[in-house]
Design a protein around this ligand. Structure first.
Ligand code: TXA
Ligand code: MG
Length: 355
């Protein structure tokens, strides 16, 4: 069976299946009309495809098909207690899968399409596997054009966690997906780097009188509070999030972790002279140092302290440095704790947490 030109949009689901049986590598698909048709054929055949969103690359499958979604867990090595986010083409489609309170509608109107996920009471169209048996579902309408094109060409929504092995750094480029999951899925749509670089903000609206921020992200806590006209309580202390009975499953203390040891420093406190010169350590400053750089182990998250560019670079730099044979990575955290910096420091704290 010739797979040289795979995937072809003209393949029937049966041919796609036969080809997959023989697939030994993951195909990179272009984000054009032909690429979308190929991805649609794979997804309709119950396969998984890695898809770029405005936040990170997701590992997508038909959210209404429990068998297809089970493959997501297998490919990632993800425990079944960690539920998946369901991506919809628009609010009208999302209304089929959850009951929306007036607050949920207000947040959707303000931030969809975009990097905001809402946890709401689910309807019975969503399989239990997707929600880890919870009576709630996490929904989001992504804004990235290629993801929107895909969703509008499909008769079902897409369940998609980040397209990385469970617990590892999230992918912000197609290369990251290929470096960590190649051969485990048939295709990735390569549409270049992700705009935000950190995962969506998750707001829990299961109890209408008590909204909660489950995960900080590109839509800031302050922006959500302005729409809801109420203060959001802080996230749960991490030690309360470690059991299966957790109200926000999946938000484990240790997550987004490179294999290399990570040590965090407040901004301005990373002093290169204090680090042992014998070890091969990398130093990552919050902003570009003013003094001339003498070595090849010095990096920075942003030129000028801008949190938007720091977030976009964060996971890419962590993955590059993780392949760099360093004994440890020393990183400065964001000096601010509001806005996007809350999300950056949340990811850094989890990445550095002891396993
Ligand atoms: O930006 C994003 O959100 C990316 C892109 C691909 O959309 N997706 C993503 O998915 O980050 P993932 O699997 O890494 O995060 C899903 C998290 C779960 O770990 C859990 O914390 C929360 O969303 N979640 C999902 N369903 C839930 C539910 N029914 N109740 C509570 N939390 C839920
Ligand atoms: Mg993830």
């Amino acid at each position: 069976f010739a797979c040289a030109n795979f995937p072809k949009p003209s393949f029937s689901p049966r041919e796609v299946f036969l080809c997959l049986e023989m697939a030994v590598f993951t195909q990179s698909i272009s984000p054009n009309a032909e690429g979308i048709r190929a991805a649609v054929a794979l997804l309709k055949a119950g396969q998984c495809v890695a898809v770029p969103s405005e936040t990170v690359y997701g590992l997508a499958a038909n959210a209404l098909d429990a068998v297809a979604c089970r493959r997501i867990f297998e490919i990632k090595g993800r425990p079944l207690i960690d539920p998946l986010i369901v991506h919809c083409a628009d609010l009208a489609s999302a209304l089929h899968y959850a009951s929306f309170s007036p607050q949920a509608k207000a947040l959707a109107a303000a931030f969809w399409p975009g990097p905001l996920t809402l946890v709401l009471p689910k309807t019975n169209l969503i399989p239990d596997l997707v929600t880890a048996g919870l009576p709630s579902v996490a929904l989001r309408v992504p804004s990235r054009q290629v993801f929107r094109d895909l969703l509008s060409a499909l008769p079902f929504p897409l369940a998609a966690p980040s397209a990385n092995p469970f617990g590892y750094v999230s992918p912000t480029r197609a290369e990251h997906v290929l470096q960590t999951l190649s051969g485990r899925l048939p295709a990735v749509i390569d549409d270049g780097p992700c705009q935000h670089g950190v995962e969506s903000t998750i707001v829990d609206l299961r109890v209408p009188s008590a909204p909660r921020l489950l995960r900080p992200g590109p839509i800031s806590r302050q922006a959500i509070e302005a729409i809801l006209k109420t203060k959001l309580p802080s996230a749960l202390p991490p030690h309360l999030e470690q059991t299966a009975a957790q109200p926000a499953p999946g938000l484990l203390l240790t997550h987004y972790s490179p294999r290399t040891k990570l040590i965090l420093h407040p901004e301005g406190m990373l002093k290169s002279a204090e680090l042992a010169q014998t070890d091969k350590v990398a130093r990552v400053y919050w902003r570009r140092p003013t003094e001339p750089i003498q070595d090849e182990a010095t990096f920075w998250l942003s030129e000028d302290g801008n949190e938007v560019s720091a977030a976009a670079k964060l996971f890419d730099l962590l993955q590059v440095l993780d392949r760099g044979q360093y004994t440890a990575l020393h990183l400065e955290t964001a000096p601010d704790s509001a806005g996007l910096s809350e999300a950056i420091n949340d990811r850094l704290a989890r990445a550095a947490a002891k396993r």
